[in-house]
Design a protein around this ligand. Structure first.
Ligand code: KIV
Length: 266
């Protein structure tokens, strides 16, 4: 029997920066999509709390619960054979004390086949990142625009405080994070962060000089609803394809063209 394919590990992912290899990350929220993304060969799949918006239809990432994140992460974990799988800790699952943060992140690792968690924060979350990594839970940090702090930030805005952004990334690294997402930051600041820290920076709306890039899969496939930020590139227009297929099915049922002879049993 062939050996099962090897999944990328957290240390291998982290080492890619030193090896000068660019890193690709995409979100996924279900089994079939995760399977296709994994087969296409990205380094990591993020079960992002963006599922609150793109799957559940909420207007921000705050409503999704830990149980719901675990429900989706289980599906993704079952599908993936090669990529590292990282799961977002939803709001406020890591703001309730270190003990609760370990308990909640521990549930993600115990109940899914995923290998790491992501949380939003730098300087302010350093104690939590340190506590989780001490418990053997790998952490990807997330600095810059933090969608879970949308009400405090007053909107989805480009983050330009270079001193704070550098301090956040350095604090995350010193606390033990193995990588850091940098969201919605001017390219020059993201480049400075990337130069400053030894862990990989994974940019989203942070220019070309991060060590890797992450996008939301719905945006990449062109099935986004509502506002699409400037940093998104759609590599397909699946919304039009889906509408075309559904209306063709509807029309063929109405005109009795479907099911045809080839779709029937004798
Ligand atoms: O939730 C998410 O999808 C994310 C990425 C956009 C980085 O955090």
């Amino acid at each position: 029997m062939p050996n099962p394919p090897k999944q990328l590990t957290v240390p291998q992912f982290a080492a890619m920066k030193g090896e000068g290899r660019r890193i690709t990350v995409l979100t996924a929220y279900d089994y079939p999509t995760a399977r296709l993304i994994d087969q296409a060969g990205v380094e990591a799949i993020l079960v992002g709390d963006s599922l609150s918006m793109v799957v559940q239809g909420h207007s921000n990432t705050l409503p999704v619960s830990l149980d719901e994140m675990i429900y989706h992460a289980e599906m993704v974990g079952r599908a993936v054979q090669h990529a590292l799988v990282v799961v977002d800790m939803p709001f406020p699952s890591y703001h309730l004390g270190l003990h609760k943060a370990i308990e909640n992140a521990g549930r993600i690792l115990k109940e899914t086949r995923c290998q790491a968690v992501k949380l939003e924060g730098g300087v302010d979350q350093a104690p939590t990142i340190a506590a989780l990594t001490s418990a053997g839970i790998p952490v990807m940090a997330h600095v810059g625009l933090r969608p879970q702090s949308i009400h405090q930030l007053g909107g989805y805005r480009v983050q330009r405080d270079k001193k704070q952004l550098l301090a956040d990334a350095v604090a995350a690294e010193n606390a033990g994070a193995f990588a850091v997402v940098v969201e919605c930051v001017p390219s020059a600041i993201a480049a400075a962060i990337t130069k400053k820290v030894k862990i990989p920076t994974i940019g989203i709306g942070a220019g070309p000089d991060c060590d890797g890039q992450v996008l939301v899969i719905n945006d990449v496939l062109g099935i986004s609803s509502g506002y699409v930020p400037k940093f998104v590139k759609a590599y397909a227009k699946l919304d039009g394809e889906i509408t075309r297929a559904v209306t063709a099915f509807r029309d063929e049922v109405r005109t009795k063209k479907f099911p045809g002879p080839e779709h029937q049993y004798e």
